[in-house]
Design a protein around this ligand. Structure first.
Ligand SMILES: [Zn+2]
Length: 319
């Protein structure tokens, strides 16, 4: 890769709702050292989290060598100005000028990218989307996000707002979404939606595997629903079947709009391998205008590291 500014190494920062990772990468993008911060410890105190990230960077820094900092953070972000703008995944943040903070601290090159775009870029450059010109990336997790790569570049859309695949409307007057709309893909198909539906049905039924889990843990997670379904729980199976069907609808719509050569699926829900098979079957049956039999539907090969890798690969993109 062409390294125009000739940095000796890179610092990648991946700010997530649960964990924030800070890592040092070599000049040829090999991960050398990584630190993890529990983000919720700094809830509503973004400045304190940024200070803690700075401490980690001090530990990772090499003396007298030139480095750049790449950041990935939950959207929405103003990537040009380096501002994280009131992300739903980081409650209480408001607008935070993260790039300026690290520029002032370390007097170096800093760039910011929305985490789903960063993940899409990493999958395109070094992951499952490598070798294709046009890919779309879905993260299927507690929420549903996405990124679009067209001719090898992130497509950001107007004011960095493209690729919000989780907020396409798939069900008129459906459940309320955290974006403020109703019936978004995220509101019917995400890990959050699966656990919400499981909880409401279990509290009515008051019996079965899920009710036992609820009595023990006080909550039901999406992974509990997968477990109960695999043990023959019919309500769990119905909840998952509905969620996966809507995932198929959302992904079919995106394929029809972009006709990418490759669709990369990441996020915790894809740890259930059969979800990818189900989605592949759904889109193969329903997409008619794109050459669906030639379009690859693949699992992310970078897993939850994709946005961290993307944060530093983006430094080169933006030079
Ligand atoms: Zn929404």
């Amino acid at each position: 890769m062409n390294n125009k500014l000739q940095f000796d190494y890179y610092i990648g920062i991946d700010i997530g709702g649960t964990r924030t990772r800070v890592a040092r990468f070599s000049d040829n993008f090999k991960l050398e050292k990584k630190s993890v911060i529990e983000t919720p410890l700094y809830e509503k105190n973004p400045k304190e989290l940024l200070e803690e990230i700075s401490n980690k960077i001090q530990d990772l820094k090499k003396s007298n060598l030139k480095f750049a900092i790449g950041i990935s953070a939950p959207g929405p972000c103003d990537t040009k100005m380096g501002i994280v703008k009131n992300p739903p995944n980081l409650p209480g943040w408001g607008e935070v000028r993260v790039s300026e903070f690290f520029k002032d601290k370390f007097d170096t090159h800093v760039c910011l990218e929305n985490d789903a775009n960063a993940a899409a870029l990493a999958e395109y450059k070094i992951g499952s989307g490598k070798g294709y010109k046009n890919i779309v990336y879905f993260t299927l997790s507690t929420g549903i996000g996405g990124g679009i790569i067209i001719n090898g570049k992130i497509y950001r859309g107007f004011e960095d707002s493209a690729g919000e695949f989780g907020h396409q409307i798939v069900l008129l007057n459906g459940p309320k979404c955290r974006c403020g709309s109703k019936g978004c893909l995220e509101a019917v198909s995400s890990g959050y939606a699966i656990s919400r539906d499981a909880l409401s049905k279990t509290l009515v039924r008051k019996s079965g595997i899920l009710y036992e889990i609820y009595k023990k843990n006080g909550t039901i997670k999406a992974q509990d629903v997968f477990l109960a379904s695999s043990q023959g729980d019919d309500i769990s199976w119905k909840i998952l079947n509905k969620a996966i069907t809507y995932m198929g609808i959302g992904i079919s719509n995106v394929i029809t709009v972009f006709s990418p050569e490759c669709v990369v699926l990441g996020g915790g829900l894809t740890n259930q391998e059969y979800i990818i098979d189900e989605i592949r079957n759904f889109v193969t049956t329903h997409v008619k205008m794109a050459p669906i039999n030639k379009i690859k539907i693949v699992k992310s090969s970078l897993g939850d590291g994709s946005s961290l890798y993307g944060s530093i690969l983006n430094i080169i993109e933006l030079q």
